[in-house]
Design a protein around this ligand. Structure first.
Ligand code: UDP
Length: 269
């Protein structure tokens, strides 16, 4: 019998993705390619409830330790991707290195590139008025065939929900990018995901500001050295309160690693 090429479905069912526990938060062990494949699988097989992606950095983890409500949001999310360089550092120290960062700021480009190729329809929500529209123009110019089916600044307040819901219901996008910043965007998606007429929602923080140049991202060399936080601190010194969580995170990870050795040592003695 002649060998006939098998018809391979574009999106295979995805096996459960393992996680690494970083100070109580289960971060999925994904790289960018796996994340894109997972999004594709969800779009091909939508569920009644929109899937939520959270881009986890050290600030998320410290917030989850301090606020059970935020920890619950993270635990309910379908995918917790390793966004911050601190998360990669912690994973390495904990003996389970992760491949690469999966960030909202790069993710918007990576997802839109795949969306253009696959025909996924995207919607940009959030940022200051006019920013999402401008970002849509830039992204559509960059990725031929990309369908940005709507943009809206709106706000995460309850008063704006009906307007957002009816705009989304009119176009039923595959992917919703939510740029309301951490932690508002993550709480907002979690609160509305059961009635969001979209397949996948991802919080992207200030990514639309970066796409449009409203805010400048750290240069490549700073990103590579893991100094993006320093760039943000210099540009936006009012963020220092949020940045203080970084050394707290680092200290807690070191204590956690040290704690693994101490009982073993005392047990032997
Ligand atoms: N933002 C918004 N509505 C709000 C609060 C914030 O659209 O009610 C937007 C803001 O314009 C910015 C983004 O949310 O584009 C927050 O960016 P930031 O860099 O602070 O987010 P992070 O990356 O730190 O989560």
């Amino acid at each position: 019998m002649p060998n006939r090429p098998e018809k391979v479905p574009t999106h295979q069912p995805q096996p459960a993705i393992p996680t690494i526990n970083i100070l109580g938060v289960g971060v999925h062990r994904v790289d960018v390619a796996m994340t894109l494949d997972q999004i594709g699988a969800w779009i091909a097989a939508p569920s009644a409830t929109c899937r939520q992606i959270c881009t986890v950095n050290p600030e998320f983890i410290i917030d989850a330790r301090r606020a059970p409500a935020f920890a619950a949001v993270l635990s309910r999310a379908d995918l917790r991707v390793p966004d911050g360089v601190g998360v990669l550092w912690a994973a390495r120290l904990l003996g389970a290195p992760l491949q690469q960062r999966v960030t909202g700021s790069d993710g918007i480009y990576q997802i839109c590139e795949r969306a253009a190729a696959e025909g996924w329809r995207v919607y940009l929500l959030g940022a200051a008025p006019g920013v999402a529209e401008q970002a849509a123009q830039i992204l559509m110019a960059r990725y031929a065939g990309l369908q940005v089916v709507g943009t809206y600044a709106g706000s995460p307040s309850d008063a704006d929900w009906p307007a957002i819901q009816s705009r989304l219901a009119a176009v039923e996008p595959d992917i919703l990018f939510v740029a309301y910043g951490h932690p508002r965007q993550d709480f907002w998606i979690d609160a509305h995901r059961h009635e969001l007429p979209v397949k996948v929602a991802v919080g992207i923080g200030g990514a639309l500001d970066f796409v449009t140049g409203v805010a400048q991202r750290a240069p490549q060399w700073m990103q590579q050295l893991g100094l993006e936080w320093l760039h943000r601190l210099i540009r936006q010194p009012w963020r220092w309160r949020r940045m203080v969580k970084l050394p707290v995170f680092a200290a807690r990870v070191v204590l956690e690693v040290a704690g693994r050795f101490l009982p073993a040592t005392s047990g032997k003695g």
